[in-house]
Ligand binder design. Structure first.
Ligand code: NAI
Length: 278
């Protein structure tokens, strides 16, 4: 299988790495050479670590040798499956899928790793809605077992079958849901993170106490504020906005503190500060 990945960031790099580890020929695209170089560097480090721990069945260079980096979308013409992992912005994703729909061979499947944008809308932009699907990997991709497979309104059974089988070949457990705001994962997770932010705003407890209570009390591996910082507070806010707009109920209203922190540039781990300092 020829496996395409668009976007060499946190998620795209991880998806490309795991696809290559599974024996697929992989091609990765980004808009600047600098982003491709950074993505390659992250993959190299991750492969070296896995090798050290004895968790790679071949040498890191052999895996890396199956990944090609490019800035040219035309190189995706012969891909069997292309997974998009670019910025979480519907207009930008629409424009990309319109282009890809005209480049990738007609029988190729297009997939989005989006956290919250409607799969059915992106499928329409691609011009091949039967061969379009959500393939939502979890962060960090090399370590997390789940792929949430999201069927759009027109996704064919054959597309769902191929994508599910591919996720299994990548060593992941695919679980399927339908296209509703936030799918399953973020519809349930994000309101909890948002509620934790609301607890900070209302002075219910300090961040350390909130995280400690949820970790020790609920056996969560990580507290909700630590997790929000890890995901990125801007990403959390945009997902809450999608849930609020799409589902209507005020229980999905983004916490004003979350909005204010994003306005202040406190985005979590990636900006050096969120609920904690990094
Ligand atoms: P990121 O910011 O680390 O990477 C995005 C990459 O896409 C950047 O390298 C950027 O240069 C590139 N890019 C932007 N526009 C592009 C275009 N038009 N063509 C090609 N490349 C382009 O973002 P991250 O965290 O990897 O997120 C990517 C997607 O994955 C988003 O849709 C996000 O919602 C989703 N996601 C993120 C998770 C997370 O925990 N960060 C978890 C699951 C899904």
């Amino acid at each position: 299988m020829k496996f395409g990945v668009i976007g060499a960031g946190q998620m795209g790099g991880g998806i490309a790495q795991v696809a290559a580890q599974s024996g697929f020929d992989v091609i990765v695209q980004d808009v600047q050479q600098e982003y491709l170089d950074r993505g390659r560097g992250v993959i190299e480090k991750s492969l070296a670590k896995l090798h050290e721990k004895g968790r790679l069945s071949e040498l890191p260079d052999e895996v890396l040798g199956r990944i090609r980096f490019t800035m040219d979308l035309q190189d995706f013409a012969d891909c069997d499956l292309v997974v998009e992992a670019i910025v979480e912005n519907q207009a930008v994703k629409n424009a990309l899928f319109e282009q890809l729909g005209g480049i990738v061979k007609p029988e190729g499947i297009l997939a989005s790793n989006t956290s919250s944008i409607p799969i059915t809308a992106l499928a329409s932009a691609s011009g091949r809605p039967e061969r379009f699907i959500g393939m939502h990997f979890m962060n960090p991709v090399p370590l997390m077992a789940l792929v949430e497979v999201i069927r759009g309104y027109a996704t064919s059974d054959e597309t769902a079958r191929i994508v599910t089988a591919t996720a299994q070949k990548m060593g992941k457990t695919p679980l399927t849901c339908n296209d509703f705001p936030g799918f399953v994962s973020n519809r349930i997770l994000m309101p909890m993170l948002n509620e934790a932010v609301q607890c900070v705003m209302e002075g219910v407890a300090e961040p350390e106490a909130i995280d400690g209570i949820m970790k020790l009390g609920m056996n969560h591996p990580m507290g909700p504020l630590t997790l929000a910082d890890f995901i990125g507070l801007d990403t959390c806010l945009s997902i809450m906005e999608v849930l609020h707009a799409g589902l209507g109920d005020d229980k999905y209203r983004p916490s004003p503190l979350l909005r204010k922190m994003v306005q202040a540039g406190l985005l979590g781990r990636k900006s050096g500060q969120g609920f904690y300092k990094y």
